[in-house]
Ligand binder design. Structure first.
Ligand code: 5GP
Length: 178
């Protein structure tokens, strides 16, 4: 695995290896295949960050399912303190469905909670959350995070879909601020 990398003004060091990510994602898929086998789930991938995780996860999902992609829009920018006002790209009729939200990272949980509220408002049967990364020390919400590949410390990470100022999404390992 490569050593320190520089993205714009910051240096990052390796944190989670590709093999560790893929192992955990495969295990997550096995659990979902078992738990949701009778639900015909709709996987809703939250762009941009979840694209790489979604591709790995869904390759190992073997039960009947649908896959769609959404973006969150916010009037003051979506970040850890932002609010989510609208879901872009949600064209399916989701009433009565089991929806699996596929996220890159859950930090404070604001984003995922707001999306979940919007989905319940549209009368889904249930929302499950699948995330590549969770920061347990930052997460402050009640909503259950059903499937987590890796729990990480409360620091900024990049790679595996996650960016720093637009860079680093293509990295296949996860890096942490050096
Ligand atoms: P939350 O609403 O859970 O606080 O934050 C969720 C969003 O904040 C994520 O989807 C991601 O876009 C961003 N975010 C939170 N923590 C990190 C991090 O460590 N690295 C990067 N690149 N983005 C993060």
């Amino acid at each position: 695995m490569s050593e320190l990398i520089t993205l714009k003004d910051k240096q990052f060091k390796p944190y989670i290896l590709e093999i560790e990510i893929l192992d955990a994602v495969k295990k997550m898929a096995d659990v979902i295949n078992f738990e949701l086998k009778n639900d015909l789930p709709l996987f809703l991938v939250v762009l941009n960050g979840a694209f790489m995780f979604a591709a790995d996860l869904l390759r190992s999902i073997t039960i009947p399912c649908e896959v769609s992609f959404i973006k969150v829009a916010s009037y003051d920018g979506v970040g850890s303190t932002g609010t989510v006002d609208e879901l872009i790209g949600l064209n399916e009729n989701i009433k009565g469905r089991t929806v699996v939200l596929v996220e890159d990272i859950v930090d404070t949980g604001l984003t995922i909670n707001r999306i979940s509220d919007i989905l319940y408002f549209k009368e889904v049967k249930q929302v499950k959350v699948a995330t590549a990364l969770l920061k347990p020390d930052a997460y402050k919400k009640e909503l259950k995070i059903d499937y987590v590949a890796h729990k990480i410390k409360n620091e900024f990470v990049v790679g595996y879909g996650l960016d720093y100022l637009g860079l680093g999404r293509n990295l296949k390992e996860i890096y942490i601020l050096a």
